[in-house]
Design a protein around this ligand. Structure first.
Ligand code: KPL
Length: 256
């Protein structure tokens, strides 16, 4: 689905460098809708296509960040399931994307109310704790993505940059405080470790946020670090998150 809900032809190059031409079928009613836009565009894309859903349709939200999933669920007339993925794609030209590496894709196990496990696409691994996994992904994206923009580097390069690591430690401390206050007790070291492991595994990746900035697109910063700031009823002090949000927005607006 295009960002405005339109059907757009796209090219896709797989891991074996084979190029596929994909054309979306224009049918009136949508049975299964997979939303994998940017989180900044998910609600707009859903709203544009919503009239083609019926109560028997099934929607799956598959994008980074947190916040937009809940808004879509509140507006939908059909079941909405949450999923998260570490599959990687990169845009290599207008309407041409390349698969950059296999990751894991988890989906709320409640999806098995709609499909028996053998009918579920193999890509999806049903899990009982999707909310926790979405939160873990948010933690990882909060510690890696904005810093790759601010230090203009690949994921792995953060680990050898002392200034980036000072910031990553500070973000880990604030996010551990947020999680321990609102969800479950967790140490700053445990939070930091989650991001370090992923930065090592994806060392050669350009994070999705850095790609957005390089392509002069709006970043997902409000749905990533911004999430901790806007879901903070106890008014915890989170200055490093506030700083990276402001700095990424300044760069996004064309500043340095
Ligand atoms: O999800 C990612 C992203 O770039 O959005 C990570 C895990 C950081 C990999 O690049």
């Amino acid at each position: 689905m295009g960002r405005n809900g339109s059907g757009v032809a796209r090219d896709f190059t797989d891991l074996h460098s084979v190029r596929h031409h994909l054309i979306s079928a224009e049918r009136k009613t949508i049975d299964y809708l997979l939303i994998c836009t940017k989180s900044t565009q998910a609600v707009t894309a859903f709203t544009a296509i919503q009239s083609r859903l019926n109560p028997q349709s099934v929607v799956v939200c598959l994008f980074n960040g947190l916040g937009a999933q809940q808004q879509i669920r509140e507006h939908a007339i059909c079941p909405v399931y949450f999923a998260t993925t570490t599959e990687g794609v990169s845009k290599i030209a207008q309407h041409h994307y390349a698969y950059k590496g296999a990751g894991e894709t988890y989906i709320d196990a409640l999806i098995t109310q709609e499909f028996t496990q053998d009918k579920l696409p193999l890509l999806f691994k049903p899990v009982d704790n999707i909310d926790e996994r979405l939160m873990d992904k948010l933690v990882i994206n909060s510690l890696i993505n904005p810093l790759t923009v601010l230090f203009d580097c690949k994921n792995g390069e953060l680990l050898s940059n002392p200034k980036a690591m000072v910031s990553m430690h500070a973000l880990a401390g604030e996010i551990a405080l947020w999680l321990s206050t609102y969800v479950r007790s967790v140490s700053a070291d445990a939070v930091l470790n989650m991001a370090v492991v992923v930065a090592q595994k994806t060392a050669n990746n350009t994070s999705s946020m850095r790609q957005d900035i390089q392509q002069k697109k709006m970043s997902e910063i409000d749905f990533i670090n911004g999430y901790w700031l806007s879901n903070n009823p106890g008014k915890l002090i989170l200055p490093e998150n506030a700083r990276v949000v402001a700095d990424v927005k300044r760069i996004e607006a064309g500043g340095v």
